[in-house]
Write a protein that binds this ligand. Structure first.
Ligand SMILES: [Zn+2]
Length: 228
């Protein structure tokens, strides 16, 4: 699944920036090389989930990985949100989003890396926590796309804005990031890309929005991709 999500994010970026058939992008060959580290990150995130607005360790892990691959990272944007910037000359600005929070649910998958985490909820009750919504996959894939793009700066031009959004489950922190200057402190995007699994059909929902004035500025890059 991580491969599929990295693929989707990368291909959406290529479509937005180059307007070329996405599947002709040869640079994806680098995915095999970085995949072991992405899988290790995925298992770490899955084993250590954090509830909405408490994604402190999760955000710190993502920030560290993004700095390793050359992004300029700002933390604590709209709470635990992070913003990573990679500038590469003139060209479009593309924002790629991942969500970071987990759910107050008990994991019963029996996986070797299953979550055993419990924490106190907003109401003060002890609750189990797990990544039941796929945000661990989203985050690992987000790092994967950033890693590949950072290594291919001779093949694209523009600015990448990679954001880690807190509290997607509460539908509140996207607004908090905007209020904290997401579009004023950082480069304003021409395109916004976000993706989410749609279990149980095992599909990737990828939404892309071309930012601009007028109805005609909205680009139809929505794509459903079947999982392998
Ligand atoms: Zn979700």
């Amino acid at each position: 699944m991580i491969r599929l999500f990295v693929l989707s994010a990368f291909l959406a970026f290529a479509s937005a920036v180059h307007a070329q058939p996405a599947r002709s992008v040869p640079e994806l060959a680098g995915l095999d090389r970085v995949y072991p580290t992405l899988d290790a990150l995925y298992q770490d995130l899955h084993r250590n989930p954090e509830l909405s607005k408490h994604e402190d360790k999760t955000a710190a892990k993502l920030a560290a990985r993004m700095r390793e691959v050359g992004f300029e990272v700002t933390e604590h944007v709209g709470g635990t949100g992070i913003v990573g910037i990679l500038r590469n000359g003139n060209g479009p600005t593309v924002l790629v989003r991942t969500d970071m929070d987990a759910l107050p649910l008990k994991e019963t998958t029996g996986l070797p890396y299953a979550s055993k985490v419990t924490t106190k909820s907003e109401g003060g009750e002890v609750t189990p926590v797990m990544h039941a919504c796929g945000h661990d996959i989203h985050m690992a894939s987000w790092v994967g796309a950033a890693t590949l793009l950072s290594g291919l700066k001779d093949r694209w031009h523009g600015t990448l804005v990679f954001i880690g959004q807190p509290a997607e489950e509460m539908v509140s922190s996207a607004n908090a990031m905007v209020k904290d200057g997401l579009f004023t402190r950082f480069p304003k995007p021409d395109f916004v890309l976000g993706l989410h699994d749609t279990s149980p059909r095992r599909r990737v929902r990828l939404d892309a929005l071309r930012v601009g004035a007028g109805r005609e500025a909205r680009a139809g890059l929505d794509r459903d991709t079947h999982a392998a």
